[in-house]
Design a protein. Structure first.
Length: 245
C-alpha cells in the first residue's frame, strides 16, 4: 500500500503524454501519483487568464472525490496570470497544495543555489512573468529570449517533439552563454529534460531541477515524508532528497 497519495492537476486538456511517463517512472512505489487534466485551455496558454473560478471548482471537486493527501498544481502560466488564485484555492482545501513555481524555487534553494538558468517552452511574455515570480522568491534568474509573443498548442506540441539529445544541446548552449549560474531549472514539462538530467549534472557541474520531480519532492516533503528515488537517471533532487530550507 502506498505511503502517500498525491494528485497532480494539470490546467491542460491532456492527462497523458510521454513526459508524464518519464516522470512517473521516477516515482518510488511508496507513492501513488495521479495526473489529471482540468481542461482549462485549448489554443493559447494566455487563455488561462481569468480561469480562477473554474480551476478552483474543478480542483476542489477532484480532491473530494479522490481523497488525496496533497496536491500539486501543474502549470506555471496559470499561477502567474492569476496571482490570487493559489491562496484562494488553499482557503478551500484541508490538505497541502504546492505549485510548479513554488516547488522549483524551493528545490533550487535546497541546493543552496540562487543564480539560475530558467529554461521553458514558453514565449517571452510568459517567461517575464515567471522571472518576476522567481525573483520574488529571492532568485537571480537568467532566461533566454525566444522572440515569440504567444505559446500556442502547436508551440507546445513542437516542443514535445524535441529529442532528449536536442534538449541536452539546448541546455548546454544556454548554459555556455550564461554567466555564473549555479543551477538549471526546467519549468514546463513539454520541454522534457528527464532523460538527460544526470548527464547535464555530470557535464555542467550544477544541479538540474525539473518541474514535475520538484513538485513530487516538495509536496511529499510538506507531508513529512522522505521518499528518495533509486530509478536510473532520477537526478540529484530525487536521489539525494535535500531538506527544505
Amino acid at each position: 500500500m502506498a505511503t502517500v497519495s498525491l494528485g497532480f492537476l494539470s490546467a491542460n486538456s491532456r492527462g497523458h503524454s510521454t513526459h508524464y511517463d518519464d516522470f512517473l517512472r521516477l516515482v518510488p512505489e511508496e507513492a501513488d501519483v495521479q495526473i489529471i487534466p482540468l481542461n482549462l485551455w485549448q489554443n493559447s496558454l494566455y487563455d488561462l487568464a481569468g480561469k480562477t473560478r473554474e480551476h478552483i471548482a474543478r480542483t476542489t471537486a477532484l480532491v473530494a472525490e479522490h481523497g488525496w493527501d496533497g496536491i500539486a498544481l501543474m502549470g506555471a502560466p496559470m499561477q502567474v496570470q492569476n496571482p490570487e488564485h493559489v491562496e484562494q484555492l488553499r482557503g478551500q482545501l484541508n490538505i497541502p497544495a504546492t505549485t510548479a513555481l513554488e516547488s522549483g524555487a524551493a528545490a533550487v534553494r535546497a541546493f543552496g543555489a540562487q543564480r539560475i538558468l530558467l529554461l521553458t517552452p514558453f514565449d517571452d511574455g510568459l517567461n517575464a512573468m515567471l522571472r518576476e515570480f522567481l525573483t520574488g522568491q529571492g532568485l537571480d534568474v537568467t532566461v533566454p529570449e525566444t522572440n515569440r509573443t504567444d505559446t500556442s498548442r502547436e508551440d507546445v506540441t513542437s516542443t514535445e517533439r524535441k529529442s532528449a539529445d536536442e534538449v541536452y544541446r539546448l541546455a548546454v548552449d544556454a548554459f555556455e552563454k550564461s554567466s555564473d549560474v549555479d543551477a538549471i531549472y526546467f519549468q514546463g514539462a513539454p520541454l522534457n529534460p528527464l532523460l538527460v538530467v544526470e548527464r547535464l549534472e555530470a557535464d555542467l557541474g550544477v544541479p538540474v531541477v525539473a518541474s514535475n520531480p520538484a513538485m513530487f519532492w516538495h509536496i511529499t516533503s510538506l507531508l513529512g515524508h522522505r521518499l528518495p528515488s533509486s530509478a536510473d537517471g532520477c537526478g540529484r533532487l530525487l536521489r539525494e532528497w535535500p531538506e527544505r530550507v
